[in-house]
Structures are given as C-alpha cells and as structure tokens.
Design a binder for this molecule. Structure first.
Ligand SMILES: Nc1ncnc2c1ncn2[C@@H]1O[C@H](COP(=O)(O)OP(=O)(O)OP(=O)(O)O)[C@@H](O)[C@H]1O
Ligand SMILES: [Mg+2]
Length: 410
C-alpha cells in the first residue's frame, strides 16, 4: 500500500529531492576537481551556475553544500538575495558566522578581532552606509581580509570554506555587485606562503569555493558590466534539460528493488513502478527537473497499489497539465520579444528546416546575420536552443509546448 505521506517526489523549489537525476558533470566537478584542488593549494575559479526557472540550480548547489558540510567544510547556508537587497550585507553576515564557527573570534590577535567587528558593521549597515560613515578601508577590503583569515584557518584545519549566493540576478545595484565580486574574486586569487614538509616556504591559494546561482540575466549584468574580470574569475555553466537516460536511471530503483517506505505496521514496504510508467514519466516531463518531480508525485498519488502503473502515470499527469503549461509559459514570458519571436518561428518550421536563414525569413528579416544575437543568447546564455546544423531545441518542454498538444498528450 502506498500513501501520499510517503511520496518521495518533491516538486517545489530549493529542495534536494530524494529522487535525484543526473547533473553528474557538476557533482563530479566538486568532488573530483574543485574540492581536492582547493585542499591541495591550487587555484580554482568560482563557479556560476545559471539557468531558466526550475532547471535545478538551487537544488544542485544545495546538494553539493550538503556534501561539503558532511566532509567537515565550513559552509554558508543558501544565501538568497532578495530583489534589490544589498548582497554585501548578506555575505558579510554569513562570513562572520563562518569565522565564529572557525573559532576566529577567540583569536589572541587584536587585528583579527577588530576585523570581525568591521565586517559585522557591514552586516548591519550595508556597504553604502559603511562607506559614507567610515574612515577605514572600503567595506569590500574588510570582507576580503576576513575571507583571507578564514581561508588560512581552513588551511590549518584541512577543510574548505564554501559560499553559496543564490538568486544573484536580483543584485540590482551595480556598485554593490562590483564590491562583492571584487571581495570574492580577490580572495580566490590571493596567494599565501606556507611551510612545506622539509621547511621550505611555498605559495598556495586559499581553500575557498564560491558558487553563484541564478537566472541567466545575471550573465548580462556581470558579464557585460564587469567584463573580462568577472569571466576570468568565475566559470559559468548553463543548466539545461536532464537527459532521458539520467531520468530513467533515477527511476531505476523503483523498477528493480522498489522504493523503500515505512509501512503501517512499523516495518518497511516497497513501492515499484512498471517500466511503462517510467517511460511515461520520462516522456511527459521533457527533461525539466521540476516537471519530473511533478509527474512522479502525481503518478504516486494516483493510486494506492504497491506498483505504480502506466495508467496512473497518465491519470496523474492530467491533473498536472495546468502547472506544466504555467512552467513553460514562465520561461517563454521572460524572453525579450525578439527572442520569443525567434523560438516561435523556429518551432513553426519542420526540424530539418530550422536554419538561421529560414528562421530569419519567417521573422520577416532578410539576412541570417540579423538573428545572430538572438540565437546566440538563446543558446549560450539560456540553454533553450542549440545552434547545430540544423538548429534544435535543448529545452524539450518549450519545443513540445510550441509544436504539439503537450502537456495534453493523451
Ligand atoms: N537533479 C535533479 N533531479 C531531480 N529533480 C531535481 C533535480 N534538480 C532539481 N530538481 C527538482 O526541480 C525543482 C526545481 O529545482 P530548483 O528550485 O533547484 O530550481 P532553480 O533552477 O533553482 O529554480 P529558480 O530559478 O526558480 O530558483 C525542485 O522540485 C527539485 O526537487
Ligand atoms: Mg533557485
């Protein structure tokens, strides 16, 4: 017997779902590259993970942060920047908390205790007020210096400092963004001298990992305004749809062993899924993480037998069609008019006909070059299309929505 109470699918936001799919490259980047290299004293850029709403940016970095915490790293909570808020305030508060965790407040060095005090001031007053009233160094300097102390404490501890700033597209104030990027970027590229075995002094970098997550709009803000400095200091990944193979693999535990749940009698039961139900969920969600959770949740709740059937997956999805439409409309409605026209024109052509020239013609333009800027943004900044030969959709939900009856499929 299965009940909604035990349902492991979690549509929503900022959740680390129990039924996890894919994102193998990003998880491995943390486990196999970033963390080991930082602990080894190597230099690593910050990581920026961008993507359209619901692609799983926050979930991904929260999952990585959870691993970091389990490994003993000093990890900030997910620092969500509210629209228009001062990001320096938020980050200053979090860094002071990490400094406390690292025991820096108990330092015998007056300088460090003063430094914590200065950064606490930023946390309370924000950078603009601090700048106006201060005669000391600029706030980003104080934040940078505390990050260096924290990084040195992490070297002694053998762990990593982990900073996750989410919803970075909400940083509206250019000066605040610049201060934040300078403080973080300078800390990442700062080298310190340490004693190597044998007594020689060598230079190493601080073990500080910075993850920025948010909507692709951030790339415009940071990329164009801050130019090369930002690009050189942060490596950007655009998250797109999850592969069908990865989604299948995520559901495989249901097919083979069954998903473990607590039963009514205090024992353990197992909920299985027919292969046809797996196929239906994978096809219906079009690779969108949010829709994957939604389809799974609805399929589970559509019955109470110990095996989820194809029929239940389909009946469940019917109740989710409205939400699925809304999800895609949210993506389409965020597009600037020309980009929306571009995807609409592209969708109207048969897949083999989707070339720049033909799409431009459909938009009433004579030259393929005229659509270049839109197609480039839809590809590299948003991950919605891919400019191969011919062009194709990477966001399969957008394609399905524009070219078929989806989400009404049956
Ligand atoms: N790798 C994954 N496998 C399965 N489900 C996932 C995965 N990543 C995210 N999800 C699910 O997708 C939903 C959206 O995730 P998340 O909130 O991280 O998206 P986001 O990109 O941060 O969205 P927003 O732009 O709205 O902040 C959540 O319900 C989460 O459970
Ligand atoms: Mg998010």
């Amino acid at each position: 017997m299965r009940t909604p109470v035990q349902n492991p699918f979690q549509p929503g936001s900022d959740i680390i779902p129990d039924v996890w799919a894919g994102r193998v490259a990003q998880l491995s980047d943390w486990r196999d590259v970033l963390r080991p290299r930082l602990r080894n004293g190597g230099y690593e850029r910050g990581r920026t993970i961008l993507g359209e709403p619901g692609t799983g940016k926050s979930s991904l970095v929260r999952k990585i942060a959870r691993e970091a915490t389990a490994a003993g790293d000093w990890v900030t909570p997910q620092l969500r920047v509210p629209a228009g808020a001062d990001p320096l305030k938020l980050v200053a508060r979090a860094v002071v908390e990490l400094a406390d965790q690292a025991g820096l407040r108990g330092s015998t060095q007056r300088r460090i205790v003063d430094l914590i005090g200065r950064v606490e001031q930023i946390a309370v007053a924000g950078w603009s007020v601090t700048v106006r009233g201060a005669d000391g160094p600029e706030p980003h300097r104080a934040l940078f210096e505390l990050l260096v102390e924290l990084g040195e404490a992490a070297i002694r501890q053998g762990n990593v400092v982990f900073i996750h700033i989410d919803e970075v597209q909400n940083i509206a104030d250019e000066a605040a963004l610049s201060q934040l990027l300078i403080a973080l970027g300078d800390a990442l590229s700062h080298a310190v001298k340490v004693e190597a075995p044998g007594g020689a002094h060598v230079e190493r970098h601080l073990p500080i990992a910075v993850y920025l997550t948010g909507l692709p709009d951030f790339e415009d803000m940071a990329g164009s305004r801050k130019g090369a400095t930002f690009a050189r200091r942060f490596a950007t990944t655009v998250l797109a749809a999850i592969d069908e193979d990865d989604l299948r693999a995520a559901l495989q535990p249901f097919v083979i062993a069954g998903w473990e749940v607590a039963d009514d009698e205090g024992g353990v039961g197992r909920v299985r899924m027919d292969q046809e139900a797996v196929d239906a969920i994978v096809a219906l969600c079009c690779g969108e993480p949010f829709l994957f959770q939604l389809a799974g949740q609805r399929a589970w709740n559509a019955g109470n037998a110990s095996t989820i059937s194809e029929d239940e997956a389909i009946r469940g999805w019917r109740g989710a069609e409205g939400e699925a439409s809304a999800h895609v409309e949210r993506i389409l409605n965020r597009l600037p008019p020309r980009e929306e026209e571009f995807v609409t024109a592209m969708a109207a052509l048969a897949p083999a006909e989707r070339t720049a020239t033909k799409i431009a013609a459909r938009m009433g333009l004579t030259l393929a070059a005229q659509v270049g800027p839109f197609s480039q943004r839809l590809d590299t900044v948003r991950g919605i299309i891919s400019r191969g030969k011919p062009y194709s959709f990477r966001n399969r939900a957008v394609e399905a929505y524009l070219t078929t009856e989806w989400p009404r499929t049956y």
